[in-house]
Design a protein around this ligand. Structure first.
Ligand SMILES: C[S@@+](CC[C@H](N)C(=O)[O-])C[C@H]1O[C@@H](n2cnc3c(N)ncnc32)[C@H](O)[C@@H]1O
Length: 202
């Protein structure tokens, strides 16, 4: 199957929700926005199978692959085809999610593609609505401009997100979750620096 490298999230095609809401068990929910192959969520599920893991992904081909792989090994991982900025609340409802991961969010680091970036004020609003008070929001990127952009968006919402490293400060204690996404593994192997942010929903 041909998997597209990138899709333009601004196409009107993506405004409508065509995915399927996952059937969850009423246990804590962890969500990766832009999960791709969901390597990170499969590793999380292996560590703590008592939670549900939902990957949101705009490239539909990947959603089928992740769900088939999850079914094959009986992992509590579910991928949902969606546009994260438009559909977060529709998928989860208010204050239902325990943790959100934004791992290496997007390839749109050029200035001319700024309006395609995933972490923007609309996404911050959506995350604020679906994460329960006390829940975590973790961001990682190997692209300085993207990491800075994410801090700009999320620290501006200090009415809802507390930056656990201190205001306008990157998180320097590494990735504490015991799982690595494909891009994180790649960054480690090639020696790229990774910038991280850790917030708590107030
Ligand atoms: C650079 S990849 C990172 C994948 C994975 N998180 C990792 O760290 O290996 C970013 C992913 O986000 C997806 N994506 C980009 N914009 C999105 C959006 N608005 N909604 C959902 N997924 C999106 C892309 O299709 C891509 O798979």
């Amino acid at each position: 199957m041909r998997i597209r490298q990138h899709v333009n999230p601004n196409l009107s095609f993506f405004a409508e929700f065509r995915g399927e809401r996952p059937r969850l068990r009423g246990v804590p929910i962890e969500v990766e926005i832009g999960c791709a192959d969901a390597q990170f969520l499969f590793e999380r599920a292996a560590i703590d199978p008592g939670r549900d893991y939902v990957g949101l992904e705009i490239r539909e081909e990947l959603v089928g692959i992740v769900n088939r792989n999850a079914a094959k090994i009986g992992a509590p991982v579910h991928a949902v085809s969606c546009h994260a900025q438009h559909h977060l609340e529709l998928i989860f409802g208010e204050a239902k999610v325990d943790r959100v991961y934004l791992n290496f969010p997007d390839p749109w680091f050029k200035k001319k593609h700024h309006d395609r970036r995933m972490i923007d004020a609309t996404l911050a609003d959506g995350i604020a609505r679906v994460v329960r008070p006390g829940g975590d929001v973790f961001v990682q990127s190997d692209v300085w401009e993207i990491a800075l952009d994410a801090m700009e968006v999320l620290d501006r919402r200090d009415d809802v997100f507390e930056n656990l490293a201190g205001e306008w400060t990157f998180w320097r204690r590494g990735n504490p979750y015991g799982a690595r996404s494909w891009r994180e593994t790649n960054a480690e192997e090639t020696g790229l620096p990774v910038w991280r942010l850790m917030y708590r929903r107030r």
